[in-house]
Write a protein that binds this ligand. Structure first.
Ligand SMILES: Cc1ncc(COP(=O)(O)O)c(C=O)c1O
Length: 396
């Protein structure tokens, strides 16, 4: 096939056969011709291998400290970040034409992966009046026959509202009772401001995951909890059959990954392994410090925005806050117009709510997400610019 630079990946039906995977990012901007071609030939799959022994050992200890039970190593697959774990687990569970249900707001990897791989996806939206959280009733209504998997995130991404652990358990039990898979993204695990949530053994959630272990895949990664976004490390704990399907795909391409022999790789695996092991033991202080800082930043942002027409939604959980841009209509074109003008005038770029599944719909406000993990200078500078620009925007 003929691949030309700049070709629009998402809108081109000829560029989505089996074999394309999106290890790093589901954005089309990351695709260049060589990259694309290697994907089409099924020659990429660039996870390192199914696991480094040091890291797998650490994951086993970590999962035990977190969920109170032992996971056999045959159920663990090491991946390139959570993004790669979402992609590979979907690939192991779904076939072309199958459907995944994605309660939104959510993380865009779920539907971008579905688009790239030729799966169908169905979303439903839980609005602000429900704190953006899916309920059991929503799930009962939307989990129709033919759906093979549901993508869930716990506890709170990207809105800052927290889903109660018991509600999550109810959802997983229900989904599994229909013999449907849950792909549970735990990358925001215990990033909540409630100190009682922190790093405790959650035997109740652990028991739920274990009783449904034939239908539950859980995913975690270093970029949020461990605040290590530069390290592309993630993993999944999956039913053995699913882990094997993933491993088969990865192992078939290991010979194309010389990096596993390099010193850098050895160093990274050592580092990652002790990071995770530390998390299982003495991690609370770092986490508490980070959470306090996120909370403080959310409060400062809220204070700076108040009176300027930007509403900062209450948040229970760290890393992001959702803000409401009251002067911007919730229409695709109008939002891009605002974004472009904001970027052009002040250099600030925002992630809109629609990137996380918030629909363009009359009565639904325009939301955007602010990442609290940015460097403080940049974050505060951006917030000032945004507030200023937004309040002028109204006068136009
Ligand atoms: C909910 C969620 N899952 C996964 C990811 C991606 O994780 P990673 O960087 O490990 O691929 C993100 C990144 O923003 C996220 O918000």
């Amino acid at each position: 096939m003929n691949i030309t630079p700049g070709r629009t990946f998402l809108s081109d039906p000829t560029v989505s056969p089996k074999g394309i995977i999106v290890p790093e990012s589901p954005f089309r901007e990351f695709f260049n011709p060589a990259n694309l071609e290697s994907r089409i030939r099924d020659a990429t799959e660039y996870s390192l291998k199914t696991g480094d022994d040091r890291v797998i050992g650490s994951i086993i200890r970590y999962e035990k400290a977190r969920f109170g039970h032992d996971i056999g190593e045959e159920r663990i697959v090491q991946t390139v970040g959570a993004t790669n774990a979402i992609d590979l687990s979907m690939a192991a569970i779904l076939e072309r034409g199958d459907t995944i249900l994605i309660p939104t707001p959510s993380y865009f990897s779920f539907w971008k992966t579905a688009q790239h791989r030729g799966y169908n996806f169905k979303v439903f939206y839980s609005g602000e009046e429900n704190n953006f959280l899916p309920s059991l009733e929503d799930m009962e209504k939307n989990l129709k026959p033919g759906i093979k998997a549901v993508g869930l995130i716990h506890p709170a991404f990207p809105t800052g509202f927290k889903m109660d652990r018991d509600r999550l358990i109810e959802l997983i039990d229900f989904i599994s009772s229909k013999k449907v898979f849950t792909i549970l993204d735990l990358i925001y695990d215990f990033l909540t401001y409630n100190i009682n949530d922190m790093m405790r053994v959650d035997a109740k959630l652990g028991a739920c995951l274990e009783r449904n272990k034939e239908h539950a895949v859980r995913i975690n990664a270093t970029s949020k909890i461990w605040s290590a976004p530069g390290i592309r490390f993630g993993y999944m704990v999956a039913p053995e059959g699913i882990a094997l399907r993933v491993a088969d795909r990865i192992l078939s391409t290991v010979s194309r990954c010389p990096i596993i022999l390099s010193d850098l790789y050895q160093m990274l695996m050592d580092g990652t392994s002790s990071m995770i092991t530390d998390a299982a033991s003495d991690f609370r202080q770092i986490l508490a410090r980070n959470l306090k800082e996120y909370q403080r930043r959310a409060e400062v942002i809220s204070a700076k925005m108040s009176g300027k027409g930007v509403e900062v939604l209450k948040s229970d959980a760290g890393f992001n806050v959702f803000i409401k841009l009251n002067h911007v209509p919730n229409e695709y074109e109008a939002q891009w117009e605002f974004l472009d003008a904001l970027y052009e005038r002040s250099g600030v770029f925002l992630d809109y709510g629609f990137a996380f599944g918030v629909p363009h719909h009359p009565g639904v406000p325009t939301y955007a997400r602010v990442n609290l993990g940015l460097s403080e200078d940049r974050l505060m500078w951006g917030i000032e610019k945004l507030a200023e620009f937004h309040s002028d925007y109204k006068k136009k």
